[in-house]
Design a protein around this ligand. Structure first.
Ligand SMILES: *[C@@H]1O[C@H](CO)[C@@H](O)[C@H](O)[C@H]1NC(C)=O
Ligand SMILES: *[C@@H]1O[C@H](CO)[C@@H](O)[C@H](O)[C@H]1NC(C)=O
Ligand SMILES: [Zn+2]
Length: 257
């Protein structure tokens, strides 16, 4: 009897230790893989990422992205599953429907999590913003290999190299990645893409696919063991993806559909 209690306790302790070391996995064959993630990941009805395609897009005008970023002190860190730039104090904010969301950190997924018109890209950047009421808004940016580098990742080159031997690197004062004010974007209601997959998250996915080199993607993948860190796309469940073309002129009397 005492032995049974003890072995049950031991099993529990081992489970907890494993949980702490590897809380979740992106490997579809692992018992910790995406189809076994719990909480909202399993039960949420508006999960992210999604496949953005003509059948779920509705054109509209939500106005230009309202953001105000400046330089602030940040740390580059290996967060285990992904590489992150974490600002010590928020470098600025994004305003959506009059609500202010402060930028906290940005991180990368490889390959991309969102699919655009059926295509998965080699890289996706997430800029995570939080309101004073803890509401979350994320900007997603997709990248493609075209032989040109990404200027923000260029600035992190030395830091990324240092992550081979350290878990975090002081970046000093650094400005967030540049996102065009007048550029079109997709907007939909989704979730965090890592456990506990909390929802709602107000998503903005930029339509313009940016440049990145294979070497830059490799420098983000190497410190996390060259492993994929993208959640599979989730059911749309009747959600609408708004495509906002802010500065597109509309003909009078012919509102664009
Ligand atoms: C990011 O920085 C903030 C503020 O310094 C800190 O509270 C938070 O724990 C950091 N996050 C990570 C993942 O290190
Ligand atoms: C990619 O880089 C090239 C060369 O600098 C540039 O002409 C092009 O506009 C860039 N593409 C994007 C989407 O920024
Ligand atoms: Zn992310």
């Amino acid at each position: 009897m005492a032995f049974q209690v003890l072995s049950a306790l031991l099993a529990l302790l081992i489970l907890q230790a494993v949980g702490a070391a590897e809380d979740f996995s992106y490997d579809p064959c692992s018992p910790l893989g995406p189809s076994y993630w719990g909480g909202s990941c399993a039960t949420g009805e508006q999960q992210s990422p999604i496949s953005i395609k003509p059948s779920n897009i509705q054109k509209t005008n939500l106005g230009g992205l309202q953001k105000d970023y400046t330089k602030s002190h940040a740390v580059l860190l290996n967060a285990g599953h992904e590489i992150m730039v974490n600002w010590t104090t928020s470098p600025g904010h994004l305003t959506i429907d009059g609500k202010v969301y402060h930028l906290q950190q940005c991180h990368w997924h490889s390959p991309s999590e969102h699919e655009l018109y059926g295509k998965r890209y080699p890289l996706e950047l997430h800029m995570v913003h939080i309101s004073s009421a803890s509401e979350i808004a994320v900007i997603g940016v997709l990248y493609e290999f075209r032989g040109y580098s990404d200027p923000f990742l260029n600035k992190l080159k030395n830091g990324l190299n240092d992550l081979k031997s350290k878990n975090s690197v002081n970046l000093g004062y650094i400005e967030p990645p540049k996102i065009g004010e007048g550029e079109p974007y997709f907007r939909y209601s989704g979730s965090l893409t890592t456990p506990p997959c909390s929802q709602p998250v107000t998503w903005t996915v930029m339509t313009k696919v940016q440049n990145v080199t294979e070497e830059q993607v490799k420098s983000l993948r190497a410190p996390v063991g060259h492993k994929d860190n993208a959640r599979p796309v989730q059911p749309i469940n009747g959600r609408t993806v708004y495509l906002s073309k802010p500065y597109q002129k509309q003909e009078e009397g012919h509102p664009s559909s």
